[in-house]
Design a protein around this ligand. Structure first.
Ligand code: C5P
Length: 318
């Protein structure tokens, strides 16, 4: 089957609302979340690999930037992209099409920004197209969930209400969440270079503290809706942002608490941990003065800093 090379940009995410309700019999945690795709992208270049030796398998090469070098040290088995490739062919029970995927990693790894899951979702969408399998979104979500809890969200991206262990997705039709009325507002993302937090360890900390509760994001959803209709500003929104990991991770990692305070000093009303961290997000006006202030508080040798905005879908072909 002749296929041409094509490129996909696939976004990062932040969690506007993350409530951990309890542990399930399968060991995972029951969640209620609002996830938001943001315009910080990994780029995948996908080409057929007709090399006899590697036919019917995937070869992943990494753009030799800092992140690529870091990721190069992890084994292929741990790479969600490779796991998504294998899970897809296993599900459709057809001989795999050999592929060469070149990954230009821009989303920090082990950061709470979902980069690996986003790459996996992009892989599933690409394979669905290339194989002509025409699996439904539900089928892709099921395969995605077998690869990782955050993968199903990225198949549709945008803004979504997410339940279960991450596999139940309800996309929300919010035209231009919380920036329509404030076009200069950006989501500032800050990730300390020397801190990585394992998701598994973060859930374990929550479990040990029994930090479970039942919350619903209805006020956040109302605020998002109003903001997208230009009826109110972001200030309203700040009150309803929530991440249950904060109460256990802030005491354990003083660096996170310090970052939250620095973000507040810069004018972020509600600094928000993303996923299980250590990235933090905050709404801030984007202008030369704020950029200068952020760079001096979060210098590039110690922090990765991104000014982003909501991305209204999942992976996109470029
Ligand atoms: O599904 P994924 O492999 O991304 O999850 C990584 C780890 O995070 C799991 O091994 C599990 O310990 C934890 N997790 C959880 N509950 C969830 C999602 C993830 O306990 N809903």
């Amino acid at each position: 089957m002749p296929i041409a090379t094509f490129k996909i940009k696939t976004p990062a995410k932040i969690n506007l609302f993350l409530n951990i309700r309890g542990q399930r019999p399968d060991g995972y945690h029951e969640l209620c979340m609002v996830m938001q795709a943001i315009a910080l992208f990994d780029e995948l270049t996908i080409a057929p690999n007709l090399d006899a030796a590697s036919r019917g398998d995937i070869r992943v090469t990494l753009e030799p930037n800092d992140l690529g070098r870091l990721l190069g040290k992890t084994s292929a088995r741990d790479n969600l992209l490779v796991r998504a490739y294998r899970a897809f062919w296993e599900a459709i029970k057809l001989p795999p099409l050999g592929l060469h995927v070149h990954l230009n990693k821009q989303i920090p790894v082990q950061a709470g920004l979902g980069g690996g899951s986003s790459d996996a979702a992009a892989m599933l969408l690409a394979l669905n197209h290339l194989s002509h399998a025409h699996l439904s979104l539900e089928e892709l979500q099921r395969i995605g969930a077998s690869v990782g809890s955050d993968v199903p969200f990225f198949l549709t991206g945008g803004t979504a209400l997410v339940a279960g262990r991450g596999e139940q997705i309800q996309p929300l039709a919010i035209a231009n969440p919380y920036s329509a009325s404030h076009p200069s507002l950006a989501w500032l993302i800050v990730k300390p270079r020397d801190l990585g937090i394992s998701t598994q360890a973060a859930y374990q900390a929550v479990r040990e503290a029994s930090a479970y509760r039942q919350m619903t994001p209805e006020y956040l959803l109302l605020a998002l809706q109003k903001s997208s209709q230009s009826q109110s500003g972001s200030n309203n929104l700040a009150h309803y942002l929530q991440n249950d990991f904060e109460s256990v991770l802030f005491p354990q990692y003083p660096a996170l608490e310090a970052m939250a305070n620095q973000l507040r000093d810069l004018g972020v009303e509600r600094p928000l941990l993303s996923g299980s961290g250590p990235s933090m997000a905050g709404l801030l006006a984007l202008n030369p003065a704020s950029q200068k202030a952020v760079t001096s508080v979060f210098p590039p040798d110690r922090f990765q800093v991104f000014w982003t905005h909501p991305h209204l879908s999942g992976p996109v072909q470029v």
